[in-house]
Design a protein around this ligand. Structure first.
Ligand SMILES: *Cc1c(COP(=O)(O)O)cnc(C)c1O
Length: 267
C-alpha cells in the first residue's frame, strides 16, 4: 500500500474506530486492496459510498464485490437511475437478511403465509416501476459509462496545459466517470467561484460544486470541527468545479465548454 495512504489511515485510527467509510469519488475506485487489508488487520468494517461508482471496478474487481457494506445510489443524476432508490451489497448473508427485513416493516415471512415482526423498521422498499426502469437502464450501463469515458478523454485533450486548472486523476480502466471535476485556482485568476459560475451560466453552461468541505457545515462545526482540520478537503472544496458530463452530451458540447473555460481563465 502507498506509504501516504497507510500513514493517513494510521493517523485517523483511535480506540473508538469501528469502520472505514470510503467514497469512490467521481466514479474512480478507491484502493480497496490496501483499505480492506488495513481494515482486516485492525478488525474494522469497510463501508463504501458507491453512489458515483455504478459499473466501476478497481483492478478488475467490480465495486461492490468486496467490502462489508456497499451503497449505490440510483438518484436521477447518477450513472444509472431508477428515479429514486439505490442498492446495497453485503459480504455477510445474515446482513442481507436483516437489511431485507429493515426495508419492509421488520417483517419475517413464515411458512404457510404467516408472518412475524422482529423489530421496528421502515418502509424503504423499491417500487416495481422503479425496479423495471433500473433493469432497462442496467442493460445500457456499459454503453453509458463508455460514453462518459469518451467525453472525459475529450476534456483531457482539450484542457491539457491550461494554467490555473488542475485536471482530475486521469482515465483508467474501471473508472465510471460520474463527475469531471477539475480544480481551478480562482484567486490566481482574480475572480471568485460564484462569479465564474455566473459567467459560465451566461454562456448557457451549467456547472456545479461537488463538494464543499463537509466539516465546515454547521452540523459538523457543532461537533467541534474547524477551519484547518482537513486542509486538503478545504483546498479542494474552495477550488472544485464540476463540468457538464452526461450521456446525451456531444464532443462539440465538450469543445464549447472548454472554449468558455479557456476564455474565462485567460480573460
Ligand atoms: C447521491 C449521493 C448520495 C446519496 O444517494 P441517495 O440515493 O440520494 O441517497 C450519497 N453519496 C454520494 C457521494 C452521492 O453523490
Amino acid at each position: 500500500m502507498s506509504l501516504e495512504l497507510k500513514t493517513q489511515l494510521e493517523a485517523a485510527l483511535s480506540p473508538r474506530t469501528r469502520a472505514i467509510a470510503v467514497v469512490h469519488y467521481g466514479g474512480i475506485g478507491c484502493n480497496m486492496d490496501a483499505i480492506c487489508g488495513f481494515a482486516r488487520k485492525h478488525g474494522l468494517r469497510v463501508i463504501e459510498d458507491a453512489a458515483h461508482a455504478m459499473g466501476a471496478s478497481y483492478r478488475g474487481r467490480r465495486i461492490g464485490a468486496q467490502g462489508d457494506l456497499v451503497a449505490f445510489s440510483f438518484h436521477p443524476n447518477k450513472n444509472l437511475t431508477t428515479i429514486e432508490g439505490g442498492a446495497l451489497s453485503f459480504a455477510d448473508p445474515g446482513e442481507v437478511e436483516r437489511a431485507e427485513r429493515l426495508r419492509f416493516h421488520g417483517i419475517r415471512k413464515l411458512p404457510g403465509g404467516e408472518m412475524d415482526v422482529l423489530e421496528p423498521a421502515s418502509k424503504s422498499n423499491m417500487p416495481d416501476v422503479s425496479a423495471s426502469i433500473g433493469l432497462a437502464q442496467l442493460k445500457k450501463l456499459e454503453q453509458f459509462n463508455a460514453k462518459r469515458a469518451a467525453l472525459a478523454r475529450r476534456y483531457f485533450s482539450k484542457l491539457d496545459g491550461l494554467k490555473h486548472l488542475r485536471l482530475p486523476a486521469p482515465d483508467r480502466p474501471g473508472h465510471a466517470w460520474h463527475l469531471f471535476a477539475p480544480l481551478i485556482d480562482f484567486d490566481a485568476i482574480g475572480t471568485t467561484r460564484r462569479e465564474f459560475i455566473e459567467a459560465m451560466q451566461a454562456r448557457g453552461i451549467g456547472v456545479g460544486v461537488h463538494y464543499l468541505a463537509l466539516h465546515l457545515f454547521h452540523a459538523y462545526r457543532r461537533l467541534g470541527y474547524r477551519e484547518g482540520d482537513f486542509p486538503n478537503a478545504e483546498t479542494v472544496g474552495a477550488r472544485t468545479l464540476t463540468l457538464p458530463l452526461f450521456t446525451r452530451m456531444t464532443e462539440a458540447d465538450v469543445d464549447r465548454v472548454c472554449a468558455a473555460l479557456r476564455a474565462l481563465i485567460l480573460n
